[in-house]
Design a protein. Structure first.
Lengths: 92, 138
């Protein structure tokens, strides 16, 4: 069953396009050996939010649960110190 | 660096934890006022049995959203070792200070300490950029 994924196509970093959907998703943190996600690094965190500033789900990014938790923590911290916006249109 | 911290912990009776505090000062401050404020909290850390590991100043930075109707702020980051009870007194001082718009204190685990050390040495940024570029290519 094809999922309607039009909503998230703004992030070209992830395999959300139909032809790339067949490729196996992987956790970039496990693969690259990243152990800590810096909440002060806005450019990095922008990969894990959509155009509205919402955190992208794991099923789209392929992140493992362990690091999804860390991402969400980091994004929320970044929002508190005004590194990332809470909401917005076209924040990328 | 990491081996040193474990040695210190064993020798002293008071356990020192690693913390990081990000403070946003109001953009209204002059350069001297900012220096004074920064020095004040630096002093507070060392006076309360903590030790400063690293400091970082981002200067006047644009905020992602307005805070107290201001769209910019001076970011200052302290990385320090201190006893656990110190953080509450540190944050109390932040709350009482009108120059501070926002603050965030976090505990650093072993991975984040390592990350900060690598970032300071400057080896990190280059590596990170290349991984970013690789990902973009895919």
């Amino acid at each position: 069953m094809a999922k309607p994924q039009k909503k998230y196509t703004g992030s070209s970093v992830f395999n959300t396009t139909p032809d790339a959907a067949q490729r196996k998703k992987y956790c970039r943190f496990k693969k690259n050996g990243i152990k800590y996600i810096d909440y002060k690094d806005a450019n990095f965190l922008l990969k894990f939010v959509n155009d509205q500033g919402k955190i992208l789900p794991r099923r789209l990014t392929g992140t493992s649960l362990k690091f999804q938790r860390k991402i969400s923590q980091a994004v929320k911290r970044a929002r508190h110190i005004a590194v990332l916006p809470f909401t917005g249109d076209m924040i990328k | 660096m990491a081996t040193k911290t474990t040695k210190v912990k064993k020798e002293e009776s008071v356990v020192l934890n690693n913390y990081e505090s990000v403070i946003i000062f109001t953009p209204v401050l002059s350069e001297e006022q900012l220096k004074d404020a920064v020095a004040k909290y630096r002093k507070l850390i060392t006076e309360n049995g903590g030790e400063l590991i690293h400091e970082e100043n981002w200067g006047l930075t644009k905020l992602a959203y307005p805070i107290q109707k201001k769209s910019t702020g001076f970011y200052h980051i302290y990385e320090y070792k201190a006893p656990a009870s110190f953080v509450s007194t540190f944050e109390l001082a932040f709350r009482r200070d009108e120059r501070i718009m926002r603050f965030l204190s976090t505990v650093l685990d072993k991975h984040s300490i390592q990350y900060n050390v690598r970032k300071r040495n400057g080896e990190f940024n280059q590596g990170k950029n290349t991984t970013k570029q690789q990902e973009a290519k895919k």
